[in-house]
Write a protein that binds this ligand. Structure first.
Ligand code: FES
Ligand SMILES: [Fe+2]
Length: 413
């Protein structure tokens, strides 16, 4: 696999979307080494709460033990390998394997096996606890795990993306969010990177989402059409590590800026953050991507986790969230906006999925092996510290993502 050939500054080769060997390498070298988001603490608030999750191909359980501690456990029975937990989420005092009945507590200790006499005197329960992920860290309720025992710590890994995450989370008057509004899941038969590229793509909305914009203009008198046009003032930003932002702040379309209905909400923010920061937060019209697979939709709507299931199969989970301390009406509006844009019958996201499937099929055309990411290369600005900035329609984030992709992939060779 010649990575320098496959991933160049202005183009990538079709095989990175199709080749099962490259997919395997991505799981090993990217997902099994970086920090990957595994869930929000508010999803498992009570002792015994758990949810099952995946990092790359590894099946895991995020659980809250009776002492309140969080654990990320390998969801794999130490006897003969079955998942010990099949449910997506729930509350339990123990995980009992359905195959031969081995039982583990919510911090992963093996607490019982049926007919223990068959194992002889040297068998010790403590040797067969569920395996734990080597590193787990939280930032403002967001739990990340790394399958690599060593490497940069979480804050170092997040780098400049952390400031934008703060900008999103500071919109909660209490400083925290709650993920309690369910999850929307979808699959599509195409490579996971098509979704990642798309989430940071300010070039496509005017075309892919033409209908959605027309409906929005009819109903609300506004759409994203102007903001996603060349020269609108909106920007693409790419950061070291592959993290990226679509920054619409210059277009002043922040939906709450100056909105009287939210006066009390604004007041609460000012109390906590001061006038200047509160204004910054209220007008923070941004989309944030944290490499390799966590994405925040237009400030405070929902976040999405992109889960690769195969070279040509991807699962996405979208979690709406509510802002702790914000008016109920605002939170409700926020959760509802997910179904307007991104549910299966919505006006936005389904059109993106159609594009992914067309790309995946188009990539079988061998005579044209390159996918272009050259847009805006001649006019992007490189700032000290490694940030790159471009027009909203430029492929700055995609180039940044593939720089990070190549770095992680090369490290493993
Ligand atoms: S595989 Fe779990 S008890 Fe046998
Ligand atoms: Fe889109």
């Amino acid at each position: 696999m010649n990575l320098d050939e496959l991933v160049q500054e202005d183009r990538v080769h079709r095989s990175i979307y199709l080749d099962p060997a490259i997919f395997d390498a991505e799981m090993e070298r990217i997902f099994h080494r970086t920090w990957v988001f595994v869930g929000h603490e508010s999803e498992v608030p009570q002792p015994g709460d758990y949810r099952t999750v995946r990092i790359g191909r590894q099946p895991l359980i995020l659980s809250r033990h009776t002492d309140g501690s969080l654990h990320v456990l390998l969801n794999r029975c130490m006897h003969r390998g079955a998942l010990v937990c099949r449910a997506e989420r729930g509350n339990t005092t123990a995980f009992r394997c359905m195959y031969h009945g081995w039982v583990y507590d919510t911090q992963g200790r093996l607490i019982g096996v049926p007919f223990p006499g068959g194992y002889g005197p040297d068998f010790r329960l403590e040797d067969y606890g569920l395996r734990k992920v080597p590193r787990v860290a939280s930032y403002r309720g967001f739990v990340f795990a790394s399958l690599a025992p060593e490497g940069p710590d979480l804050l170092e890994y997040l780098g400049q993306a952390k400031d934008y995450l703060d900008l999103i989370l500071d919109a909660a008057p209490e400083g925290t969010i709650t993920v309690r509004s369910g999850v929307e899941k979808y699959h599509f038969p195409a490579n996971w990177k098509l979704q990642i590229e798309n989430l940071l793509d300010g070039y496509h909305p005017n075309f892919t989402h033409q209908i959605a914009f027309e409906i929005a203009e009819e109903r609300k008198g506004a759409s994203g059409r102007k903001a996603n046009s060349e020269g609108s003032g909106a920007l693409t930003r790419s950061f070291p590590g592959g993290h990226a932002v679509l920054d619409y702040r210059q277009t002043n379309r922040g939906y709450r800026a100056g909105d009287r209905r939210w006066a009390a909400y604004r007041e609460r923010l000012v109390q906590r953050l001061g006038e200047k920061r509160a204004e910054e937060v209220l007008t923070a019209d941004i989309q944030l991507f944290i490499f390799p697979n966590l994405f925040f939709q237009n400030a405070r709507q929902h976040y999405r986790v992109v889960i690769p299931r195969g070279p040509e199969l991807t699962e996405v989970q979208a979690f709406p969230y509510t802002l702790d301390g914000a008016p109920e009406e605002l939170n409700r509006q926020q959760v509802q906006s997910l179904s307007w844009w991104a549910s299966p019958a919505a006006f936005g996201q389904p059109d993106d999925l159609e594009a992914f499937v067309r790309v995946q099929e188009g990539l079988y055309g061998e005579a044209a092996p390159w996918v272009l990411f050259s847009r805006g290369l001649h006019r992007e600005k490189r700032l000290p510290g490694g940030e790159v900035v471009g027009d909203i329609t430029d492929e700055v984030p995609q180039r940044g993502i593939y720089r990070a992709w190549k770095e992680w992939m090369s490290r493993g060779e």
